[in-house]
Design a protein around this ligand. Structure first.
Ligand code: PTJ
Length: 265
């Protein structure tokens, strides 16, 4: 099933690829997404530093076998349960995530009733506008985090990420932070919010501090979350709570680290 999904996806991406990287190339998917990131840079969506972040992600992905591990599957399922149980979920979107998977982000946000907020580390008004436009093209109705009149500051956070929307992250009880840098997760947790991180590096501060850490590539995680959400949206809350109660983030992180150290998938 997963194989069929990526065969179809690679065919589509081959058609869009400027360099027509062959679909049967062993790392075709990774190369298509590399092209998307560069395209995002050229369109003023990705920060130049985003290319370096992507390269760091690629190296961890390589060590994880460029596949969703069973540990990543469990954390993805737990994350969907937590989102469906939350009252005010918000997806925090940066340049890399927008360039890699804006359509999937919008589809998932609609499925689980989550708001989308743009929150940039290398914040510029121009990139915010470009990212907003891309998300609107992908079908988003409302985008938070870009109107300074609506800003609230996260205490103790000095980076540009401290400005959050009063109607978005400021009042969220759960924030999805795909591909995140540094110390924001700790601040959000101190404010009593649940944080779901998607980060290929299980050792990052974000991964270590989040409530639920998905050690996987965002390009695989968001489509998988969509698939799981479609199955779970009509499941009753007690069943979701029971599934979530069985999840242990520390154990799951240790499992991902073990996979990287051993070289097995
Ligand atoms: O768009 P902006 O201005 O908000 O900037 C975004 C970046 C990503 C440039 C910024 O947040 C940054 O510098 O991030 P870091 O500190 O490089 O951290 C990114 C983390 O995401 C690293 O731990 C990477 O291993 C991981 N990562 C990179 N690509 C992916 C990823 N995790 C999941 N999926 C990926 N595709």
């Amino acid at each position: 099933m997963v194989f069929v999904y990526w065969r179809v996806r690679n065919k589509e991406m081959n058609e869009q690829s400027k360099f027509k990287i062959p679909e049967n190339h062993p790392r075709a998917s990774s190369l298509y997404f590399r092209e998307k990131i560069v395209d995002g840079l050229n369109k003023g969506i990705v920060a130049p530093e985003g290319l370096i972040a992507h390269g760091r992600g690629e190296s961890f992905d390589y060590l994880l076998g460029e596949n969703t591990t069973s540990a990543a599957y469990s954390s993805t399922e737990a994350a969907v349960c937590a989102i469906l149980l939350s009252v005010h979920p918000v997806f925090s979107i940066n340049g890399n995530v927008a360039a890699l998977c804006s359509d999937d982000i919008v589809e998932l946000s609609n499925l689980v009733n989550a708001k989308i907020e743009i929150n940039l580390f290398y914040r510029t008004a121009e990139r915010e506008r470009n990212i907003k436009e891309l998300l609107i093209q992908s079908g988003a109705k409302e985008i938070y985090g870009i109107n300074p009149k609506n800003f609230h500051q996260i205490p103790e956070l000095s980076s540009e990420r401290r400005h959050v929307d009063v109607d978005g992250i400021a009042k969220a009880d759960l924030v999805l932070v795909p591909l995140e840098d540094g110390d924001r997760t700790e601040s959000l947790m101190r404010l009593g919010k649940q944080v779901i991180a998607i980060d290929l590096n299980p050792l990052s501060r974000t991964s270590q501090y989040a409530t639920i850490t998905i050690v996987d590539n965002v390009i695989r995680t968001i489509p998988l979350m969509i698939k799981i959400a479609k199955k779970l949206t009509n499941v009753d809350k007690n069943t979701l709570k029971e599934k979530l109660s069985k999840y242990d983030n520390k154990k799951n992180l240790d499992e991902s680290i073990k996979i990287i150290r051993s070289g097995y998938k």
